[in-house]
Structure formats: C-alpha cells, structure tokens
Design a protein around this ligand. Structure first.
Ligand SMILES: Nc1ncnc2c1ncn2[C@@H]1O[C@H](COP(=O)(O)OP(=O)(O)OP(=O)(O)O)[C@@H](O)[C@H]1O
Ligand SMILES: [Mg+2]
Length: 360
C-alpha cells in the first residue's frame, strides 16, 4: 500500500512535469519561428525598399537567434532549479549523516587475543520489516576451529555475518568476542580482530598492492605474495606486467569476478585477524580451485576462528561445526556425518546438490 501511494505520487508529479514540458516546448518553438518569420517579412520589405542592407538583416537575425536561445536556456535553468535544490538537500543530508553505530571513544578493554565469537540469543530484523530475519540465534565459534553456515538463499547467512562485524546492530541478545560485547570495542579494535570477506567483493581504486594492504598498511611484499599464494591468486597477479603495482579501477571493474574474490580473500589474510568471516567467498571459484584454497588456508589461519558461509556442501564437509540456517533459525548443528543422520533440512540440501552434480 505504501508502495502504491508512493507510486501514485511520483506518477502525478511526472505527469505534471511532462505536461509543462509539452506545453513549454511548442510555445518556445512558436516564439522562435514567428519572430524569425517577422524579421524576414519586415526586413525583406525594407531591403526591397533599399532602407536596410541584406547584410545587416542577416546580422540582425543572428542576434535575435542568440537572444532567443539565451532565453530558452534561462527557462530550462528555471525549470531545473527546484530539482537542483532538492538534490543538493539530499546530498547535504547524506554528507551530514553520521554512522548509526556508535563506537566507544576510549578503549575499554584490551584487544581480544583469542577470538572466541559467541552469539547469545541474537534477534535481528531490518527497520520497517515485520518479521525478524534472525531469530534467537545462539552459537559459539571457537578459535582454531572452522564453523560453517549453510542454508538456502535469503535464510539469513549474510545477516549473521554482518551482525558479527557490527554492520548491523541486533535488537536483542549479545554478541561477544572472548566475552567482551563487540559494542564495547573501538572501531579499530574490531577491525583488527575480525576480517570479513563480503559476499560481493569490492576493491578500491589504486594498485593490487594497496588493496591488499588495506587491513595492515605495513605488510611486506613477501607477506602479500604469501597471502596471494594461499588465496590462489598468485598466478594471475604474476602474469600482470606490473605485478603488485597493477592498477585497479574503482570497484575493481577491470578484474574478473573470481579474481576479485581471490584478491578480497588475500586482503583478509594479509590483515592477520583473530576471526575470519568468509561470506560465500568461494562461490565464484571452480571446485578444484575451491579445494586447493581450502587446503592452503590453514597455513595462514592456524589458530584463528574461521567462519565459512557456503552454498556448496563440498566446501564445508570437513568443518568442525556446521550450522544449518532455515528462515532465520538455526535448525541444526553438528558435523557433516551427524547432520546427514539428524537433519532433514541438511539432507535435503545435500541431496539437491548431488542430484544436480550427477545431472551435470
Ligand atoms: N537491507 C535489507 N533490508 C531489508 N531486508 C533485507 C535486507 N537485506 C536482506 N534482507 C532480507 O533478509 C533476509 C536474509 O538475507 P541474507 O542476505 O542474510 O540472506 P543469505 O542467507 O545471505 O542469502 P544468500 O545465500 O542469497 O546470500 C532475506 O529475506 C532478505 O530479503
Ligand atoms: Mg548472503
């Protein structure tokens, strides 16, 4: 209903603006042509009579045209002004808007050294939505272990991950790292503790090197290459003529999706946090690269908490704990073989994937 109302409003406004334009244009054109006609008519008579030279007549017409086009410009500017004002207001609003998430000014705790991530009864719903997206989720991700999250699209996997890095704030429940609520950590402490590889990887304009150093500015080239090797991105960076110095355009649009994903994984590895969050980070990789990447990962993530959100069951079969999410609820948890026996939802996911693989 809200949508219909907004839709109606915009239709009305557009129709009105359109009507004004439709009226304005012929009027302007008419004035233009009538005046040119008048000049030619009267000027022609004078030129005939010999009181005006043809040259000055032409010049006169040129002047007239220039004046009229200036008038047209003015009209357009007048019409564009209200729009410009509205846009400017919106822009300043955007620029003035602070972050909705308040970080503590002073450091209240030491930076977590282990990285045990715990959700206690976390409930979260988007503003304006009726039902919560995450309902009373509780789980613990232990250091040195891999926790996997699996579930159908829209189940709430990305929401859980975004809650953990405080991009979203839960309405109820607590999220703690080593027992400290994440709301009591400063922004830089949280950034140093958790690295998120988002579902849609994003690169900044600059070089490959500057992108990889985003999480830790003082990383050496050797460390960058090590991270690239593990993220299976070494080959394509070596193939580039400038290597780590290769240019990346804003948003990483000059690099393929899978390569962007691997750079984004490498960026998280360079930061050396206590907690890694991979939100569907292996989806753009083929099965072989995916397997190689996961085999190489522990050499860098050893001892850290790893959380992997995955679509493919094969990505997570060796996880220490698998959380099956359905409609915002954690419906089952355990290891792969346990879940196969106990969870119908999990079995369904596994079966749907083996079917497609066999069919393919
Ligand atoms: N910004 C938003 N505002 C309102 N609702 C949202 C927003 N983002 C996501 N949702 C809703 O929240 C639910 C969970 O979304 P989420 O992104 O966590 O799903 P997901 O499990 O990560 O799915 P996928 O596998 O496709 O990545 C979905 O039903 C979605 O429609
Ligand atoms: Mg997602």
């Amino acid at each position: 209903n809200r949508y219909r109302l907004a839709n109606k409003q915009i239709t009305d406004v557009s129709v009105r603006v359109g009507a004004v334009f439709v009226l304005m244009l012929p009027v302007i054109m008419m004035v233009l042509h009538l005046s040119t006609g008048a000049v030619v008519w009267f000027g022609g008579q004078r030129a005939d009579a010999g009181t005006v030279e043809v040259g000055s007549l032409t010049a006169f017409m040129q002047y007239l045209l220039q004046i009229l086009s200036a008038v047209i410009m003015c009209v357009f500017i007048v019409m564009a002004t209200p729009r410009a004002i509205v846009c400017a207001e919106r822009l300043t609003e955007l620029l003035d808007a602070g972050s909705a998430i308040a970080y503590p000014q002073d450091q209240l705790h030491a930076t977590p050294a282990r990285g045990r991530l715990e959700f206690q009864n976390v409930t979260f719903g988007f503003a304006g939505a009726e039902l919560p997206v995450i309902k009373a989720a509780s789980f613990v991700a232990e250091p040195g272990r891999t926790t996997a999250i699996i579930g159908s699209t829209g189940a709430g996997k990305s929401t859980i991950v975004n809650l953990a890095v405080r991009l979203l704030e839960p309405q109820q429940g607590a999220i703690t790292i080593d027992g400290i609520p994440i709301s009591e950590l400063t922004r830089s402490q949280l950034a140093a503790t958790i690295s998120l590889v988002p579902q849609r990887s994003y690169l900044f304009s600059g070089t490959i090197g500057s992108n990889l150093r985003f999480g830790r500015a003082d990383a050496t080239d050797a460390e960058l290459w090590e991270a690239l090797r593990v993220a299976q991105g070494e080959d394509f960076v070596r193939e580039k003529r400038n290597g780590l110095g290769s240019r990346v355009s804003q948003g990483g649009t000059n690099i393929s999706g899978g390569q962007r994903q691997r750079l984004s994984i490498a960026r998280a590895l360079v930061a050396k946090p206590r907690i890694y969050l991979f939100d569907d980070s292996f989806s753009a990789l083929d099965v072989g690269t995916d397997a190689r990447l996961r085999a190489a990962l522990p050499s860098l993530t050893e001892g850290a908490t790893t959380i992997i959100v995955a679509q493919r069951v094969s990505t997570i079969t060796d996880a220490d704990q698998i959380l099956v999410i359905d409609n915002g609820l954690i419906v089952a948890r355990g290891r792969h073989d346990q879940l196969l026996e106990t969870s119908p939802v999990y079995r369904e996911i596994v079966e749907s994937q083996t079917d497609t693989e066999e069919a393919a």
